[in-house]
Write a protein that binds this ligand. Structure first.
Ligand SMILES: *[C@@H]1O[C@H](CO)[C@@H](O)[C@H](O)[C@H]1NC(C)=O
Ligand SMILES: *[C@@H]1O[C@H](CO)[C@@H](O)[C@H](O)[C@H]1NC(C)=O
Ligand SMILES: *[C@@H]1O[C@H](CO)[C@@H](O)[C@H](O)[C@H]1NC(C)=O
Length: 251
């Protein structure tokens, strides 16, 4: 009897949670979104009409993904700052900040890694804040809604940029940057602490000239004991080998 009661109570609880958090809606929306909405294909002409005037809705495209930004009309509406993005794909201008009509472009080849990552962050922002309503036929998607060669190239560049950033972050963690200060009389000083370079750690390390692979120039890095014999680090002149602080002289 008690068992039965518990079981019912649990089930009731579960179902009410299920309803209250509207998982059903979520699942429905998810299926709807994937089966249908995300594949609605816009021609550039059709997209142009979603400017809040010809059509009431305001749409914009980023990397060929079309978003409904109607609820952000105070930013995207006629006469507003971001109106330049409306009714078209102006991906490049998210990065270069050029808002003149003749500068509007969806061509993003030539952007560097940082810029590509920034663009991808915008894409994530729109996916989170607004509703994706379809795809734009053109540079990124063909008229079947499949990625074009260009689209694939761009995605692989973005992936590469994430990978490069991961490697850079790992290097920064293993070889944290030194603190640097300038004193007019004593000259520049580099030194290490257990949080220099913004890398919190339980060791301090000693300042060394650190040459990243393939680089002719160096940066100051705090090197831990076990890495002191690496080929790509060099001691600072006139600095005690074990000192956590080195004056560089007036240079
Ligand atoms: C799919 O999208 C079209 C046009 O956007 C719409 O008319 C139709 O009702 C949608 N179908 C489903 C199953 O939601
Ligand atoms: C779109 O799909 C059709 C039929 O599957 C195919 O014949 C056509 O080549 C495709 N178009 C493109 C641009 O891939
Ligand atoms: C870093 O150093 C400070 C004192 O300089 C110490 O209080 C702190 O616990 C250290 N942090 C770690 C992670 O070792």
């Amino acid at each position: 009897m008690l068992k039965y009661f518990c079981y019912t109570a649990f089930l009731t609880f579960f179902i009410s949670v299920f309803y209250n958090y509207s998982y059903f809606d979520y699942i429905k929306k998810y299926i709807y979104y994937n089966k249908n909405n995300s594949k609605k294909l816009f021609s550039p002409e059709e997209l142009r009409s979603y400017n809040g005037e010809i059509k009431q809705e305001i749409y914009l495209a980023l990397l060929g993904n079309v978003f409904d930004v109607t609820k952000g009309a105070q930013h995207y509406g006629s006469g507003q700052t971001y109106n330049v993005f409306v009714g078209r794909d102006a991906s490049r201008n998210f990065i270069d900040g050029k808002f003149n009509d003749e500068d509007i472009s969806d061509d993003i080849i030539g952007l560097d890694d940082k810029e590509l990552l920034s663009l991808d962050k915008w894409l994530k922002f729109y996916k989170k804040e607004y509703k994706k309503v379809g795809l734009l036929i053109g540079k990124h998607y063909d008229d079947n809604g499949s990625l074009t060669q260009y689209g694939k190239e761009v995605r692989s560049l973005i992936k590469k940029a994430y990978k490069a950033q991961g490697i850079e972050d790992a290097l920064k963690k293993k070889y944290p940057p030194c603190n640097i200060e300038y004193d007019a009389i004593k000259g520049s000083r580099v030194w290490c602490s257990n949080r220099s370079g913004g890398i919190e750690r339980d060791w301090i390390g000693v300042p060394r000239q650190f040459y990243e692979t393939g680089s002719q120039s160096y940066r100051c890095a705090c090197i831990s004991k076990e890495d002191l014999n690496l080929g790509n680090i060099k001691e600072y002149e006139n600095c005690q080998l074990n000192s956590i602080s080195c004056y560089l002289g007036n240079v």
